[in-house]
Ligand binder design. Structure first.
Ligand SMILES: NC(=O)c1ccc[n+]([C@@H]2O[C@H](COP(=O)([O-])OP(=O)(O)OC[C@H]3O[C@@H](n4cnc5c(N)ncnc54)[C@H](O)[C@@H]3O)[C@@H](O)[C@H]2O)c1
Ligand SMILES: [Zn+2]
Ligand SMILES: [Zn+2]
Length: 382
């Protein structure tokens, strides 16, 4: 089969790989019909994620058709159209029992922090991902769900990560009626977080980024008030100024490890790898909120420490909440929101890239060329 493979930083290509086989009675093999490239894939593509091995296939956002099922699979049948959450999880361990699907204890022997993720390096279990014609889906009775008839493929694929993660970001902010919410980052995740903040009762939603075309999407799609941080000497001072000099009630970091906006942080993270990511957006979040506020972190950071303004967070009495999104936990409510039209994730799609052109797709998403917000990947066999 054809699959995207990693060759080294900034180098990916399509190669012929053996078709995955059932390895366990609860596995399924899914023929991928649509996948996506996530902002998280860029951390791998840029060579920032430890233990990203040459030959690894990325892709943790995908939908497809069940092609084969193991002998113990009961919930799926060959031919079912399925959406697969980016988390691989067992559904029965201590953590899964508490809904912490992204922290499952049975799927990633390499780590005690993160669980299993498709196509996301050996740090998250080494599972090959869905930017391919076929993918092996472990715990097939637990993760995937049949796509409802009324749901489009493009909405479904965005419900495997970007949409639930943005929604989760707003949830972690514990928004109460009337809150002022600042979202840092206007990528797919930040855009959904902004939209979700309204659904949770926010009184004012502000989005900060430095890409004007993405800020425009934040205004037109998420009805947010927007600011380009390059237009201000100090974006934090401006955030304070527009929030009665007190600061916002909630801030959401939807940027993560590769934040721009501070040269020193960039050099010590991306270049020298002295920290697990540049916490510029997180520090702006900490500084832009009022005392006693909530900070939600869904932007991804690597395993090492980062130079976070922890003392300020402590002395302001902030509540910081964070995680990889437990995608399946968000599905029941999100299915309702998509069906009733409050959320149309497919409206974020800007590019549809054939799997054969995956290298171009990564380049466009990485450099944010051509108005790129969310690129989908279309396998040729689909
Ligand atoms: N927690 C999870 O489960 C989860 C799931 C998906 C993605 N993520 C992470 O969420 C983050 C966003 O994902 P995405 O797909 O939207 O990525 P993306 O790359 O499309 O968007 C990131 C945006 O942040 C902007 N940005 C850069 N520096 C900034 C700064 N200092 N302040 C404000 N904005 C800044 C960029 O211009 C860009 O528009 C990534 O770190 C990704 O790894 C986490
Ligand atoms: Zn992702
Ligand atoms: Zn588990």
């Amino acid at each position: 089969m054809k699959a995207m493979v990693y060759r080294g930083p900034y180098r990916v290509r399509v190669e012929e790989k053996p078709r995955p086989r059932l390895e366990h009675p609860n596995d399924a093999i899914v023929r991928v019909t649509l996948a996506a490239i996530c902002g998280s894939d860029l951390h791998l593509y840029h060579g920032l994620m430890p233990d990203t091995r040459v030959g690894h296939t990325f892709g943790h956002e995908f939908i497809g058709v069940v092609d084969e099922v193991g002998s113990s699979v009961q919930n799926l049948q060959v031919g079912d159209r399925v959406m697969v959450p980016f988390n691989i999880f067992c559904g029965s361990c201590f953590f899964c029992a508490r809904g912490l699907y992204s922290n499952c204890h049975n799927v990633n022997p390499n780590a005690t922090a993160v669980g299993g993720i498709y196509g996301y390096s050996h740090t998250t279990g080494g599972y090959d991902g869905g930017q391919a014609e076929f993918v092996r889906v472990p715990f097939a009775d637990v993760g995937p769900t049949k796509i409802p008839d009324w749901m489009s493929d493009e909405d479904a694929v965005l419900l495997t990560d970007a949409t639930p993660t943005g929604y989760f970001g707003a949830q972690l902010g514990d928004i109460v009626e009337g809150d002022v919410v600042i979202v840092f980052g206007a990528g797919p995740v930040g855009l959904v977080a902004a939209k979700s903040a309204w659904l949770m009762g926010a009184g004012r939603v502000i989005v900060v980024d430095h890409m004007d075309f993405r800020l425009e999407k934040a205004r037109t799609w998420a009805q947010a008030e927007t600011y380009n941080f390059t237009e201000y000497d100090d974006i934090v001072v401006h955030m304070k100024a527009i929030t009665d000099n007190l600061g916002a009630d909630v801030a959401i970091d939807a940027v993560g490890a590769e934040a721009d906006g501070n040269f020193l942080q960039h050099v010590t993270s991306a270049k020298l790898k002295l920290q697990g990511g540049s916490p510029v957006a997180l520090n702006w979040a900490i500084d832009s909120v009022r005392k006693g506020a909530n900070i939600s972190v869904i932007g991804a950071y690597g395993p090492l420490f980062s130079a976070v303004k922890f003392g300020d967070a402590m002395n302001k009495g902030l509540t910081l909440r964070m995680n990889q999104c437990p995608v399946k936990r968000q599905w029941p409510r999100l299915f309702e929101h998509v069906r009733n039209g409050y959320l149309r994730p497919s409206e974020l799609v800007t590019h549809r890239v054939p799997l054969d052109d995956i290298a171009e797709g990564y380049h466009v998403m990485s450099a944010k060329l051509d108005g790129c917000i969310k690129p989908l990947v279309v396998p040729s066999a689909a």
